[in-house]
Design a binder for this molecule. Structure first.
Ligand SMILES: [Ca+2]
Ligand SMILES: [Ca+2]
Length: 448
């Protein structure tokens, strides 16, 4: 209890001291002149034989401030230059004041700090320490643009208005879905088993191409009906398939040989005897026949989990015969990757001056994690896309990535003579479909 009382007393004393101290501090130093100034920023540079100070001065007092004098001093307080000023600053406002100290350049050392002080008509002053610099060669103007139109190079437009939706990070987005890009795979047999019959010429290599080089097989077990049977297979991929086209090309030296081709159905664990995965035909003497089937639904049934496949070929006839197999094929079409790649067109860029720098801001998100994203600018001089920035999207799907990059070298090449610039934001996925949201897209042009 005693300790608590001691703490309470100590706290009360502290509060008292703080209040008194505060009151003393708040008492105006010049009660008859409620002017107060603050130089918030500035630059000091040599221009010919003169020294120029650019100052941003705020009136933080309670009355109109009249700035009447400016002084340039060394760090030691020695006056290097003084000049009359005539600038009035409203309460709370900032004025940009440029003062020129004529002929002061000779007494200034570049890179050293100097003090610039401004004084009002009532003697209120403010000072800032600035380093003496070389004169900027020319003024640089900065302009901001948002895209006014787009072209969808890859992807499907969903929603979002240009340029409104891209003006700020506000949840109002330009939205596009990735487009599936088809690929094809051709898988020739890599192994062969003759179950009935015997090979009289050729091997599995002969079955890999359409080249009139044959694997020749004849039945070995008379009496009739004579029969041969072989299985071939290989390995394919494990992608999601849109279509499987399979079959073989062969000829027989006799007519009337009945031939069946069967593709192993791994889902059912057997060779089908009708429908998908089953082909039958009858031979014509010495005429090469191409038989094939296209499977469009659940064609992945006809491959194992590791992508391997196998085909069974049977041929039966009463008379003795020779079979000539030219090639066996197993071709698939599948979605290899998904790409979204909208091109945004910026119009009205400045063409009266040299573009010395471009800066690009993109705030975007995706519903898949860690997608490779690249932002490219169209190079009008070289007629090509230059990838200016690439990154992986957020590992958390739906989280916004805000990126900014600048192009300084050759920046003028990215602005056309008519004041147009083009940019794309491309994302790629090899795992599945996805959506792109672009919340902010801004192009900043710096012109000299
Ligand atoms: Ca062949
Ligand atoms: Ca937006």
């Amino acid at each position: 209890v005693l300790l608590l009382i001691v703490i309470a007393v100590a706290a009360a004393v502290l509060v008292y001291m703080w209040t008194v101290g505060y009151a003393i501090q708040m008492r105006p130093t010049t009660p008859e002149a409620p002017e107060r100034l603050k130089i918030e920023a500035g630059s000091l540079y040599v221009s010919g034989s003169d020294v120029v100070a650019e100052l941003y001065v705020r009136n933080i007092g309670g009355a109109l401030a009249h700035v009447r004098n400016a002084y340039l001093l060394t760090a030691a307080g020695e006056v290097v230059g003084s000049v009359l000023v005539d600038s009035t600053i409203d309460v709370g406002k900032v004025e940009a004041i440029t003062v020129t100290f004529e002929g002061a350049a000779s007494s200034l050392a570049l890179g050293r700090p100097y003090i610039v002080r401004v004084v009002t008509s009532l003697g209120v002053e403010s000072a800032i320490a600035l380093k003496a610099m070389k004169a900027p060669s020319a003024l640089i103007s900065v302009y901001e643009f948002h895209p006014s139109s787009y072209e969808m190079l890859r992807g499907i437009y969903v929603s979002g208005r240009l340029p409104e939706s891209l003006k700020g990070v506000d949840g109002d987005c330009f939205v596009a879905d990735a487009e599936p890009i088809q690929a094809e795979g051709s898988y020739t047999p890599s192994w062969l088993n003759v179950l009935e019959g015997s090979i009289t010429e050729g091997d599995v290599e002969k079955l890999s191409s359409n080249d009139d080089q044959y694997l020749v097989v004849k039945p070995t077990h008379p009496p009739p009906p004579r029969k041969l049977s072989l299985s071939v297979g290989g390995s394919s991929n494990t992608a999601r398939w849109d279509r499987l086209v399979w079959g073989a090309s062969f000829k027989f030296d006799k007519s009337g040989v009945s031939v069946t081709l069967q593709l192993y159905n791994y889902a059912e664990g057997r060779y089908p005897t009708s429908g998908d995965g089953f082909i039958s035909c009858t031979s014509q003497a010495n005429v090469e026949q191409l038989v094939k089937q296209t499977i469009t639904s659940s064609s992945e049934r006809f491959r194992a989990a590791d992508g391997s496949w196998r085909m069974l070929i049977n041929a039966t006839a009463v008379p003795e015969f020779d079979a000539y197999f030219d090639y066996v094929f197993y071709n698939v079409t599948y979605t290899a990757i998904y790409i979204v790649q909208p091109i945004f067109i910026f119009a009205g860029l400045k063409t009266d001056g040299v573009t010395v720098k471009l800066a690009v801001d993109v705030a975007s998100k995706y519903n898949l994690s860690s997608l490779p994203v690249e932002v490219a600018l169209w190079n009008y001089r070289a007629s090509r896309w230059d990838v200016a920035y690439s990154y992986a999207s957020n590992p958390s799907p739906g989280q916004l990535d805000a990126i900014r990059f600048e192009v300084a070298s050759g920046a003028a090449d990215y602005v056309s003579g008519s004041g147009e610039a083009r940019l794309y934001v491309k994302a790629t996925s090899s795992t599945g479909p996805f959506r792109q949201w672009i919340d902010l897209l801004r192009l900043t042009q710096c012109v000299r």
